[in-house]
Design a protein around this ligand. Structure first.
Ligand SMILES: [Zn+2]
Length: 111
């Protein structure tokens, strides 16, 4: 009895995109046990608060998700695991700050 064989594709799929456009570049540092532990400690000490003085607080609520932000960014030589260099932000504040920061870096790059 004849069998039907699947024919293997002779050409593998190749990702030809020159720039990978992931939804978000995940920096391994923010997945590290050291960072996670530090964040757990900070949240235990400070609570789930947004410490951004520029935030209008409209999205704040009890038990909200908070993000740890380096006050002096790592790329600027900021201490990665020093609590004094970490500011907690709500999601809205974190998103706004990240966009501002990205714009600033892009502007610098093309100066
Ligand atoms: Zn906020």
């Amino acid at each position: 009895m004849p069998t039907i064989r699947m024919i293997e594709p002779s050409v593998r799929t190749v990702d030809t995109r020159k720039v990978k456009v992931g939804p978000k570049r995940v920096d391994n540092f923010y997945l590290s046990p050291g960072w996670r532990k530090l964040m757990a400690e900070i949240i235990a000490e400070r609570g789930r608060v947004c410490e951004d003085p520029d935030c209008d607080g409209r999205t704040h609520h009890a038990g909200m998700r908070v993000f740890g932000d380096h006050i002096v960014e790592l790329t600027d030589g900021g201490a990665p695991l020093d609590k004094r260099n970490i500011m907690l932000r709500c999601g809205a504040s974190h998103t706004r700050k990240t966009a501002v920061e990205r714009a600033r870096r892009l502007a610098q790059r093309f100066d």
